[in-house]
Design a protein around this ligand. Structure first.
Ligand SMILES: Nc1ncnc2c1ncn2[C@@H]1O[C@H](COP(=O)(O)OP(=O)(O)OP(=O)(O)O)[C@@H](O)[C@H]1O
Ligand SMILES: [Mg+2]
Length: 633
């Protein structure tokens, strides 16, 4: 939970819940009231037996009273059951009401790397669901009736009423102390438990790395450290709650006996009428006054856990207010325009892309090159509408990609991320994006990426389950399956982030053919690559460096500019070396290397879509400079 959260809150979980479940909730309160009244029956029975039956010695009256009290017990139990049913229904309805929304929110939080985007949200929903029909809530519902009992004791005798009230105040004070002392510790312990759970989940995803490099004991020790921390806190909270629970029970037990003694004393003094029967009534009701409070103290841990869970959920819900339904747009043709985009990671003020502009037309393939951490993958995320731009726009056919309804736009987009993500399911389901299965189209794309032999070798062909993250496939196969998924159903805009990083020569040939086919189909293709082998299919090259466009233009012109920059840099370095290096002494001395800050002559290359200055930046000399421009290979 972010305590500094000050944003505008949307409708909260409670508001939603009460609005949707108000009727069941009111019924539960009503039944609690009836149960409270019926719970007076045994006390009245006692009074009548002592008073009427003992004095009149009438067996028939006793039988009638017995039937009445047994009847009231049965009705009371039935009502308890019904009340539990109502609360259970409220809990289940709440679960149903929020589950899918929480799934969407968790997914979005995960996508945007916002804390809370884990399965914890589902555990929190379960905690609240279990809390609603719990003894803690019924104790709260029974509390108003306890006040009625107190009032009756006051009517029997104001002195006894004051006595019972003092007991109630002491009990309330114990409840308050329990809250004060256990709440911060339990909240901290809950945070620790979540942290330990997340750590275990994260590490269990990479068992091979941990096992192969003997990291098990280190990881284990770290996890144990986290476990120890929250278990210690839980023990502290549990000790405090246990002690308070014992005090609370003591007070409750004492209350009845002390009230009985006090009422007997008052009877002896002639200050209380009604004899033995009234004495028992007073002591029983006085004890009942404390029951809900004692029950609450005993279940306080449930209350704290539910409140923590509720606050976390509410915070998560507040981060993702209901989206206004986005306008339906006609199917895109695939004209991609990136206009002065400045963007960073979500919730980070640091820009990664700093004013990037270019365009890709249908039937055109633009390849993005540049050194590591230049912002290439970030650009892909922006173009896919996954991350928002802080200024500038990414448009598809003129409409902002980020705000476009993803469910509608998704089929027109194809994305192969740098880290391939496949899901548990069959190969065909993965390729068809888990949507309606067009088996002919699946076969076509499988053939296009050159996977038909692999499919034939699989035990159940296209219907083979590939396991979580495509566990049964090799790295190259996974990448090709993800490529097949990206081009499934002929999307209009395709972004491939290093599609050949795991491919062999045959795979690269298939990729080249795929790119050619995509262009022929009229798709707009943006490919991020570090390798030169697929450059023949590029129409244009975009070189990113430090989040900025260092070069953009027709492929051959950019390559020529790159080569020229490289040659200039080599010449400059050779010149410096021959001028500076001493003829004999100090052979270890290094000639100063050119830097990226060196003056950069610019030249403009006109392209079909835009006119972008090409900066022939100085490239550090080396045996060979590759597409990362400045990285020696
Ligand atoms: N989720 C994130 N949160 C914060 N910073 C990020 C995030 N993802 C990337 N960055 C930062 O953005 C910069 C660009 O990263 P990006 O992944 O776009 O580089 P890249 O050009 O794709 O590199 P590579 O060729 O190694 O894949 C890096 O400095 C990186 O640290
Ligand atoms: Mg990348």
């Amino acid at each position: 939970m972010n305590p500094n959260f000050t944003g505008q809150r949307p409708r909260t979980l409670v508001a939603d819940f009460l609005k949707a479940q108000g009727e069941s909730y009111q019924k539960a309160i009503f039944y609690s009231f009836i149960i409270g009244i019926l719970s007076l029956a045994p006390t009245l029975f006692m009074l009548e037996v002592y008073d009427r039956v003992v004095n009149s010695r009438n067996a028939l009256t006793l039988v009638m009273l017995l039937i009445l009290v047994i009847g009231s017990y049965i009705v009371m139990e039935l009502l308890e059951l019904v009340r539990h049913e109502f609360l259970q229904r409220v809990a289940l309805n709440m679960d149903r009401h929020f589950r899918s929304r929480i799934f969407d929110i968790t997914f979005e939080a995960n996508l945007k790397r916002i804390p809370g985007g884990s399965v914890q949200a589902f555990a929190d929903l379960k905690t609240i669901r279990d809390f609603i029909p719990s003894g803690a809530v019924t104790a709260i519902l029974d509390a108003p009736m306890a006040l009625v009992f107190l009032l009756i004791v006051f009517i029997v005798s104001p002195w006894l009423g004051v006595f019972a009230m003092v007991g109630a105040i002491v009990q309330a004070w114990i409840a308050y102390q329990t809250e004060k002392k256990t709440m911060p510790v339990l909240t901290e312990a809950n945070r620790g438990a979540i942290d330990a759970q997340n750590y275990a989940n994260g590490t269990l995803r990479s068992p091979q790395v941990i096992e192969s490099m003997g990291m098990v004991s280190n990881i284990h020790a770290r996890w144990m450290g986290k476990q120890r921390k929250f278990l210690q806190l839980q023990a502290v909270a549990s000790d405090t709650a246990g002690a308070n629970n014992a005090y609370s029970k003591l007070i409750q037990n004492l209350q009845s006996s002390l009230l009985l003694g006090a009422s007997c004393w008052l009877t002896l003094k002639g200050q209380m009428l009604g004899g033995g029967g009234m004495m028992i009534v007073a002591s029983t009701l006085g004890g009942k006054v404390l029951v809900p409070l004692a029950q609450l103290v005993a279940q306080w841990r449930l209350v704290v856990n539910a409140r923590d869970a509720y606050q976390r959920l509410e915070y998560l819900l507040s981060l993702f207010p209901d989206k206004p339904s986005s306008m339906s747009l006609p199917a895109p043709k695939g004209v991609l325009t990136v206009e002065g985009v400045v963007a960073g990671a979500p919730n980070s003020p640091i820009p990664i892309l700093k004013g990037v502009s270019f365009a890709v037309l249908p039937g055109e393939c633009v390849m993005v090159i540049g050194p590591s951490a230049a912002g290439k993958t970030t650009l892909a995320r922006l173009v896919m509408g996954l991350w928002p731009a802080s200024s500038g726009k990414v448009r598809l056919d003129g409409a902002d990609v980020f705000t476009w309804n993803k469910e509608e736009l998704g089929p027109y987009l194809g994305y192969l991320p740098q880290t391939v993500e496949l899901f548990d399911g069959t190969l065909a389901e993965n390729v068809a994006r888990f949507g309606q299965l067009d088996i002919q189209e699946v076969k076509r794309v499988i053939q296009e990426v050159g996977l038909q032999e692999m499919v034939q070798a699989l035990p159940e062909g296209l219907n083979t389950r590939i396991g979580e993250e495509g566990a049964i496939l090799s790295g190259g196969q996974r990448q090709r399956v993800a490529l097949a998924r990206a081009i499934y159903a002929r999307p209009k805009l395709i972004i491939l982030d290093e599609p050949n990083s795991n491919l062999d020569e045959a795979g690269e040939q298939a990729l080249l053919q795929t790119l050619a086919n995509l262009k022929t189909q009229g798709a707009s293709v943006l490919v991020i690559t570090h390798r030169t082998s697929i450059l023949p299919q590029a129409d244009k090259l975009l070189m990113l460096r430090d989040g900025q466009v260092a070069m953009f233009g027709a492929r051959d012109e950019v390559l020529a500019a790159l080569q020229k920059a490289q040659a200039d840099a080599q010449n400059a370095q050779l010149g410096r070396q021959s001028g500076v290096a001493p003829a004999s002494a100090n052979t270890n001395a290094q000639a100063p290397r050119p830097t990226a800050d060196a003056p950069t002559p610019t030249k403009t290359v006109s392209t079909t879509t835009s006119t972008v200055p090409i900066r022939t930046t100085t490239v550090p000399a080396g045996p060979k400079t590759d597409l990362k421009s400045g990285q020696e290979s």
